[in-house]
Design a protein around this ligand. Structure first.
Ligand SMILES: C[S@@+](CC[C@H](N)C(=O)[O-])C[C@H]1O[C@@H](n2cnc3c(N)ncnc32)[C@H](O)[C@@H]1O
Length: 357
C-alpha cells in the first residue's frame, strides 16, 4: 500500500527484497555499531506514515542502511530524499534505489553528527517559525547511542532555530530504545519523567507513536524500539537560553527520588546554598517537598526564570559548577591528609632524633 494514500503517483519498480540486498552485498550487521535492520516493509511504511503528509516534501533520512525505510519514503511520493549513511558498505545497495527512482534520491556518505543539514535543501523551502511546519522532514532509525546524542543536539538547534530548523519548525520522526521513547514523552508525575522529558517537551510537541518489538529487527536487539514524532512548538514553554534550562533541569534531576530542594541546592556554592535555595523556591512558588518528577513544565519555567534573575544579579553564579567544587574539596582533603601524615612523620623523626641525642 502506498504510504501517502491513493493520490501517490510514484511507485518504486519491483526490486530485490531487503533480505536479498543484505545477502547480495554481504551486509552483515556490525554489532559494535549497533546495527539492526528492519526488513518488514509494512513496519517501515507505518514509521513513514507517522511522519505526516510527505507528498512533495523534502526528506532527510539518517542511517538508511540496507534501505527499508528509504523505500517507504520513496513510495510516499516525495520530491527529494537525501540519505546520510556513515557505513560505506551500504552505498551500493542505496545506488540501486537511486537507479530505481531517478532524480529523487541523493546519497551522502557521511556522519549525521557533523553533517550540515542547514545546507541540504533549497532556501526557498524556508518558512517563518510562526507558520505551519515547512515541507522538510527528518526520519531515521539510528543506533540508540547516536539517536539520543542527536536529539539533544537537535533540541538545542530547535531552541536557536538553526541546523535543521533554519527551514522553520521541521518535523522529526525518529526511533529510540523503548525506555528513552517513554522518557521523551513522559507526563508530570509518571515513573518515566526525567531530564529528557522536560528538555524535549518544553521545545516540542512530542508524540510516542508506537512500539516495535525487538524481534522485528535483524539481528534482534535486546530491547524494544519506540517511534517518536517531534514538532517544534511556536512558543517554547520556557523562554530562557537552552544551556540555562539544561543546567536547572539537570541539577533538579540530580536526586530524582529526593525532594526537589536537594537538586536546586546544587545550583549554588556551599557558602550561600541554604539561603539561596530557599529564596529561589519561594520566588518560583515551587513546593520544596515535591519530587523532581512531580514538577510540571510551568514549574520548571518559574525555576529557570528566577535562576536567570539570580544569575543576572551575580555573574559568578552561572559558571558555578557543583561537581567542580566537590572535586576541589576532595583534592584539598587528600592533600590535607598528605600534609598531616608528613607532619606526623616529621614529628616522629624529630622525636627519634631527640631520643638519639
Ligand atoms: C539501526 S541501523 C538501521 C538501518 C535502517 N535504517 C533500517 O531501519 O533497517 C542504523 C544505521 O545508521 C547508520 N549510522 C550509524 N551512525 C551513523 C551516523 N553517525 N551518521 C549516519 N549514519 C549512521 C548505520 O551504519 C546503520 O546503517
Amino acid at each position: 500500500m502506498a504510504v501517502s494514500g491513493n493520490l501517490a503517483t510514484f511507485r518504486l519498480p519491483p526490486l530485490p527484497t531487503i533480505g536479498d540486498i543484505i545477502k547480495l552485498f554481504n551486509l552483515r550487521a556490525e554489532r559494535q555499531l549497533s546495527q539492526n535492520f528492519l526488513l518488514d516493509l509494512r513496519l517501515t511504511d507505518k514509521i513513514v506514515r507517522k511522519a505526516g503528509k510527505l507528498r512533495d516534501a523534502y526528506v532527510l533520512e539518517v542511517g538508511p542502511g540496507p534501505g527499508g525505510i528509504t523505500r517507504s519514503i520513496l513510495n510516499a511520493d516525495i520530491t527529494k530524499l537525501l540519505v546520510v549513511e556513515k557505513d560505506t558498505r551500504f552505498i551500493p545497495g542505496l545506488k540501486m534505489l537511486e537507479e530505481a527512482a531517478p532524480g529523487k534520491i541523493q546519497i551522502v556518505h557521511g556522519d549525521i553528527l557533523t553533517y550540515k543539514v542547514e545546507k541540504a535543501f533549497p532556501k526557498s523551502l524556508r518558512k517563518n517559525w510562526e507558520n505551519d511546519p515547512p515541507d522538510v522532514h527528518i526520519i531515521g532509525n539510528l543506533p540508540f547511542s547516536v539517536s539520543t546524542h542527536l536529539i539533544i543536539k537537535w533540541l538545542e538547534n530547535v531552541a536557536s532555530r538553526d541546523g535543521p530548523f533554519t527551514y522553520g519548525r521541521t518535523q522529526m520522526t525518529l526511533t529510540f530504545q523503548k525506555e528513552v521513547a517513554e522518557r521523551l514523552s513522559a507526563s508530570t508525575g509518571s515513573r518515566q519523567r526525567s531530564r529528557l522529558s522536560i528538555m524535549a517537551q518544553y521545545l516540542c510537541n512530542v508524540q510516542n507513536c508506537f512500539t516495535i518489538p525487538g524481534r522485528a529487527f535483524v539481528p534482534k536487539p535486546k530491547v524494544d524500539v519506540g517511534v517518536v514524532h517531534f514538532t517544534p512548538l511556536i512558543n517554547p514553554q520556557i523562554e530562557q537560553p537552552f544551556k540555562l534550562v539544561e543546567k536547572v533541569v539537570q541539577s533538579v534531576f540530580q536526586f530524582r527520588r529526593k525532594y526537589c530542594h536537594r537538586g536546586v541546592a546544587i545550583l549554588f556554592p556551599e557558602a550561600e546554598r541554604l539561603q539561596r535555595t530557599e529564596e529561589m523556591l519561594m520566588r518560583a512558588d515551587v513546593d520544596p517537598t515535591l519530587r523532581p518528577y512531580e514538577l510540571s513544565i510551568p514549574q520548571f519555567k518559574s525555576l529557570c526564570d528566577v535562576y536567570r534573575g539570580l544569575c543576572e544579579e551575580n555573574s559568578a553564579l552561572f559558571p558555578y559548577n557543583f561537581r567542580e567544587e566537590l572535586r576541589q574539596k576532595k583534592m584539598m582533603k587528600r592533600s590535607r591528609k598528605y600534609i598531616d601524615e608528613e607532619d606526623e612523620e616529621e614529628e616522629e623523626e624529630e622525636e627519634e632524633e631527640e631520643e638519639n641525642i
